[in-house]
Design a protein around this ligand. Sequence first.
Ligand code: PMP
Length: 353
Amino acid sequence: MSRFFSSKYAALEAYVPGEQPSDMSRYVKLNTNESPFPPSPKALEYAAANTRSLNLYSDPQSQLLTQAVAKTYGVDPDMVLVTNGSDEILNFAFMAFTDKKNPALFADITYGFYPVFAQLNDSPYETIPLRDDFSLCVDDYIGKKGTVFIANPNAPTGVALEVSEIERLVKSDPDRIVVVDEAYVDFGARSCVALTRKYRNLLVCQTFSKSRSFAGGRLGYGIGDPAIIADLNTIKYSTNPYNVNSMTSAMGIGILEDEEYTRTNCLKIIENRNYTVDALKRLGFTVLPSCANFIFVSSDSIEGGELYRRLKEKGVLVRHFTKERISNWCRVSIGSRESMEIFIEKVMEILKA
Ligand code: PMP
């Protein structure tokens, strides 16, 4: 830290993203929940058509893309805000809807960025333990004051909550906001987007990074009541009005015009997930029920950190978290069938050694 760094941030512990090795070809990369498939060909076509206008600023309202997202989900465009990845809308939500009087409430085991966003915005937060089986008990949040953040499916566990449970929470207190982070919803969970037409205190965030194979494009969005979206726009226009670049916007429209491609890829991931879960269970692993493009696994035969290190030596990258409650687990992204076969083969070699 330099002597110039603001004292506001002196204690801030930054988010640590998964490794992105420069010598990527050395690894089967199953550590950051990316899609193994390229973005839709339609996105590539639209990107090429867009390059000439890169001399101009992007449309600060991202109107065409916003309309395309709204049409895809059957909501009005004033219920949508597109952002630079869904990390940006989540940060905007912490900025807009948490403060000393409205602490952030989220699970003890969930997306590691939430406590960072809370600290960054000087908002207090409370973590609420998941049950022993890593499921979330909605009743633990009912009656508590604060803005709730729920990843559904949760990360890094992959465990999903019923929409009816989230609705019960949203309904229980119309005076507080519930933010549902649906980054992984397309891989087998149910979305809460339809509820945004019914409740004024619900914000649903999604991303193009996972099911839509566009992590590098950095595109996310939030859907909620127009008043919530207006508040988030105030934050956006106060930080970065051109938050979504025009190339990414054009590609996003192409991706939404090719939903069939997204659906087909999701089905392939689900198939590869089933293959991997079956193989790991046969090898004695415990695998949490996953509705995401990753699985959370542990074994009595090898400690989580050790499995991560041994796999890395063998050229397979998975994610291990040092947090005590989950230190015996690894999160494994679901990639192509070939990648998952290599992963299983390496796990078998490690267990035999
Ligand atoms: N939410 C969750 C639960 C995630 O795991 C991620 C990916 N790290 C994100 C949001 C953010 O993804 P992105 O910014 O790429 O949209």
